[in-house]
Design a binder for this molecule. Sequence first.
Ligand code: AMP
Length: 187
Amino acid sequence: MNIILFGPPGAGKGTQAKYLKNKLNNYQVSTGDILRDEIKKETEIGKKIISCMNDGKFVDDEIINKLIKKIIFDKQKKNKLIFDGYPRTLEQAKNLNSWLTDSDQKIDFIFFLNVNKNIIIERIKKRKIIEKRSDDNLETFIKRYDTYMETTKPVLDYYSIKPNFNEIDGGLKITEITNKINSFLEV
Ligand code: AMP
């Protein structure tokens, strides 16, 4: 089963993706984690993206596409993908769609965790303390949130008309969101 978790930064996608990965024995595909790993390992890609990530801007589609394509065509991961933080642009969504078709896969569920800025700001403050993420300062967060709102609206429009699109109130408690996701999965 392939799933997309969609929503603004701090909506809880990562938490639900980890839960689903364990429950379904799938792979979590978090472009944010993959990119942070490239920076940590000081790879060529890492060096290219560091300033852009710290500025809260999106990384170039070209880089994202290269990283994601490899995962989609990995036979071991076929139909076992939980996308978290991807796709974020309309081009990424369209590329994903064509690669899934080419590899004889599809998206089974799209979960949109919808949550307002104030709730997310409180969460980011807490997460900064717990995970000590370098891109988690409030200023960067606000830029990331605004970039998301500007750039991701077309992606939301693209997915919201699909029959497997489900909107969930991301302001709910973690367990309540998990329960809602489970109720959709078991339909
Ligand atoms: P995240 O951990 O998903 O909130 O992502 C952290 C940062 O990584 C974002 O603010 C972007 O700079 C970058 N990023 C993550 N995923 C993507 C993506 N799919 N497309 C472009 N940039 C991304």
